[in-house]
Design a protein around this ligand. Sequence first.
Ligand code: PLP
Length: 409
Amino acid sequence: MGVDWHLPRRPRGHRNRALSKTKLLARSPAYDIDAIRRRIPSLERFIFMNNCSQAPQMDLTRDAAEAYLESWGRDGMDWDRWIGEVEGARAAFAQLIKADPQDVAVCTSVSQATSSVASVFDFAKGRRKIVATEGEFPTVGQVWKAQESRGATVEWIPARSGMIPLEGYQGKLDEDTQIVSACHAYYQSGFKQDIPAITGLAREVGALIYVDAYQSLGTGPIDVREWDVDFLASGSLKFLMGMPGIAFLYVKPSLAERLEPTVTGWFGRADPYSFDPRDTSWAPGARRLETGTPPVLESFVGRAAMEYLQGVGLEPIGHWNKELSQALVTGGEARGLTLLGIADPECKTPTTAFLVPGDPHEVEGKMKERGVLATARGPAIRLAPHFYSTLEDVEMALDVLIDVLRGPA
Ligand SMILES: Cc1ncc(COP(=O)(O)O)c(C=O)c1O
C-alpha cells in the first residue's frame, strides 16, 4: 500500500530542505502508516524522536489505562480480571520474543528483574566473576557492581565511540565467569551487540548470559530460543509503546527450576495465596523470580501496546525501522553531523546519536520548543523514531537539529 501525503504540523522555524515527495512515496512501510499515525493524537503537535526514552501515547494505550480506572472506580476491586490482564501482558511479551508464557516473569522494573537474577548466585562459594559491558544501562551495571559485597568481581567490556566491539570480550571470560551481562542495544547510540556470538563465548567457559533488550525490543523481531540466552529483560515504555512501572524477565526453562532467588516475595511462591509466612515453595518456571503484587494498570497498557505491535507485525516494523535508521545516518552525514556509533542499519536500532557541541540538554530543550522531541545522553543528541515515523519526520528533525546548532541567524 502507498503512504498518503499527510504531514504533522511543521515545527516552528522549520524550512524543508532535503526531501522530495517522489522520494518519500518510493519508500514506504508495508503497513498502513497513516492509520497508525491517527492513533497517536500528539503527532499533531510533535515529531517524536524519543522512543529510546518514552513512547508516545496511543489512543489504545489511553483506552487501556481508562479501562483499569473504570474497573477500579466501578467495582472497587476485581482481582480476577486484573490478574487476567497481568497474564495477558505476560503472554503478549512471550509471543513477542517467541517464548512460552511460563518462561516469563512479570516484574516492576529491569532493575528489579536484574536484582532477582543476581540474587540466585552464591558468589562466595561458586564462580565469582560477572562480565558486564560498559554499555549496560547504568542500573544494570550498578546491580552487578553491588554484588561485590556478596563476593563477586565485575570485569568490564569496554564501550568506545558508541560501540561495544566484540573483540573487547577477548580474554575476559574464563572458568570463573558466572554470568555475562550484554545489552542487546546500547542506550546511547542504538548499536546492537551480536548476541549469538557473545552467547557462544559464554558457553565456551560454561557461563550464563543475561541480555537487557530494553532498547531493541519492539524495533524488529527477536527469537529468544534461537539466541539460546539464559535471561532476557525489557521494560515497556520505549519501543514497546507502553508506560513505566512494568518489566518482563525471560528465563530459559531448563534453568528456571534450579534457581532460588533471595530477592523474592509472595508472587514467587507456588501458591501466592497460601498466606503462610514460612512458605518456601517455588512457583513454576520463571514466576519464581517474581516478588510482590504485580503492576496492574501497567499490564492493561503494556498488553494493549504489545498486542497492537504484534498485529502490525515485527517483521515489517523491523524493515521500516531500518529505512528510518538509514535516512537518519545519511541525512545527518549530508548535513555535516558527526554520528556517535555505527552507521550500518543492520547493526543498530533506529536510535541514531549525533555528537553536539556544548550542552546536549540545552539542544534537547530548544528542539522541543520547535516541536521535535529528542533526548540528550552523554555528549550526544539521540533521534529515535519508530514504526509510525515518516521519512519526512526524519528530515524535519534533522533540519531542526541543524537550526538549533546554528543558533539565531
Ligand atoms: C537499556 C535499558 N535498560 C534499563 C533501563 C531502566 O530500567 P528500569 O528503570 O526499568 O530499571 C533503561 C532505561 O532507560 C534502558 O534504556
